[in-house]
Design a binder for this molecule. Structure first.
Ligand SMILES: [Fe+2]
Length: 352
C-alpha cells in the first residue's frame, strides 16, 4: 500500500504494562508522590479488587456503569474527588469497561479545566493538560484504554471529548481481570471491538497503520469468538482496535447505535450489535461473520426495539445519527448525505 498523503498527527498511550497479574504491579505505573483517585465500576464492589487497590495510597469512587455515562456524572464525580482531600490527586485511575474508563478520562480533564465536561465535547477543545491518568480495563472491546475518545450523554446528544488530554498516560492490561464477566456482556463488548475494526478497514479515512491494527484485531476477534482464542487475545484485540480508531474513524453502525443508546438507554456494546445486525447493505460479509459468532455463543439480540416508539423519539434518533458526520464521511465518503438520507436511516431503525 502506498501512502498518498500525510495523515493527521496522533498520540498513543506512552506506557503499557501487559500480563496476567499485572494489577499487583500498579505501583510501577503510578506517580511516586501523592494519592490516586480510582473511578471503579461498581460491579467490583464485591470481590478482590478493593483490597488489591488498597495496597496503594488510593481513594475509590464507585461508578455504576449500568447506564452510559453523562457529562453531569463526570462533573459530579470531579467535585467528589476535589472534596475528598485538600491536596488534589496526583493520578486518576479508571478501572472497568469503557464507561468507567471514560468517566476517569473526563474527571482527569475536569480537575484542571474550568466549567463543565459538556464544554469540551468535540474535537481538540480541552485547553489545559489533565491530571495523570491510568486506564485498567476489566471488560474488553471498547478500546477506551487506547483511544482519545471519552463519550458522554449531554442533553439530547451523545458525543465524545476528543483530545490528546483525554488519552491515558499509562494503561495496565491484565487479562485475569476479564474472568467472570457475564457471557452476553463479554460478547457485546467484544463486538464493539470487532465493529470498530470493520468500520476502520472499510472506511475512507484509515491510514495503513489503522489498517494494520484493525486487521490484526479482527483476526484476534475471530480467534476468540469463532476459535480457541483466549482472554489475553481479547484484551490485545481491544487495545489494537482502539489504536486503529485513533487514526481512522468509526462508521454507520456507531452512528446508528448512538441514537439507540440515547432513546432506549441501551449500553454501547449491545446497541452496536443491534445496529450492525441491520447493516448487511453496508458491511455484508462482516455481518455474516458477526452472525456466525452470535450463533456460536448462543447470543440472542432483542428484536423490534424501535417498535412502538413515537414520532418525536424516532426523529431524535435520526437527528442524532445525522450529527455523526465524521463517521459517516469515513463510511460513505463526502457525499454520504445522498446515500444515507433521513428516510433510509428511519427504515434501518425500523429493522432493528
Ligand atoms: Fe465503540
Amino acid at each position: 500500500m502506498t501512502t498518498p498523503t500525510a495523515f493527521r498527527l496522533f498520540k498513543q498511550v506512552p506506557r503499557i504494562l501487559f500480563g496476567r497479574g499485572a494489577l499487583d504491579r500498579l505501583g510501577e505505573l503510578l506517580p511516586a508522590q501523592g494519592w490516586t483517585a480510582c473511578v471503579v465500576d461498581a460491579v467490583h464492589r464485591e470481590g478482590p479488587i478493593p483490597a488489591r487497590l488498597a495496597a496503594h495510597d488510593v481513594e475509590v469512587f464507585w461508578f455504576d456503569a449500568a447506564h452510559e455515562p453523562s457529562t453531569d456524572q463526570v462533573d459530579a464525580m470531579a467535585a467528589l474527588v476535589r472534596a475528598a482531600r485538600a491536596e488534589g490527586p496526583s493520578a486518576i485511575l479508571g478501572l472497568g469497561g469503557g464507561a468507567a474508563m471514560d468517566v476517569a478520562k473526563g474527571v482527569s480533564v475536569m480537575l484542571t479545566n474550568p466549567g463543565s465536561a459538556s464544554d469540551y465535547q468535540g474535537w481538540d477543545l480541552v485547553p489545559h493538560p489533565a491530571v495523570f491518568k491510568l486506564g485498567v480495563p476489566s471488560l474488553a472491546g471498547s478500546g477506551a484504554e487506547a483511544s482519545r475518545t471519552a463519550v458522554f450523554f449531554s442533553g439530547d446528544r451523545k458525543f465524545g471529548i476528543n483530545s490528546d488530554h483525554s488519552m491515558f498516560d499509562a494503561i495496565l492490561l491484565d487479562p485475569e481481570l476479564l474472568a467472570g464477566v457475564p457471557a452476553d456482556q463479554r460478547f457485546h463488548s467484544g463486538m464493539d471491538c470487532f465493529i470498530h475494526c470493520v468500520e476502520a478497514v472499510t472506511g475512507t479515512m484509515a491510514s495503513p497503520l489503522a489498517h494494520a491494527h484493525a486487521g490484526k484485531a479482527l483476526e484476534l476477534c475471530e480467534a476468540v469468538f469463532l476459535g480457541e482464542g483466549s482472554d489475553d487475545d481479547l484484551m490485545v484485540a481491544s487495545y489494537m482496535g482502539g489504536c486503529s480508531i485513533v487514526n481512522s474513524e468509526v462508521g454507520v453502525a456507531h452512528a446508528l447505535s448512538y441514537g439507540l443508546s440515547l432513546e432506549l438507554g441501551l449500553r454501547h456494546g449491545l446497541a452496536n450489535c443491534i445496529a450492525f445486525d441491520a447493516l448487511d447493505a453496508f458491511y455484508g460479509a462482516h455481518v455474516e461473520t458477526f452472525r456466525r459468532m452470535m450463533a456460536r455463543h448462543a447470543i440472542v439480540l432483542p428484536r423490534g426495539v424501535t417498535r412502538g416508539m413515537d414520532r418525536p423519539a424516532i426523529a431524535r434518533m435520526v437527528a442524532m445519527a445525522l450529527r455523526m458526520e465524521r463517521p459517516l464521511v469515513n463510511a460513505l465518503g463526502e457525499d454520504w448525505r445522498a446515500v444515507l438520507t433521513p428516510e433510509r436511516i428511519e427504515a434501518l431503525y425500523a429493522r432493528m
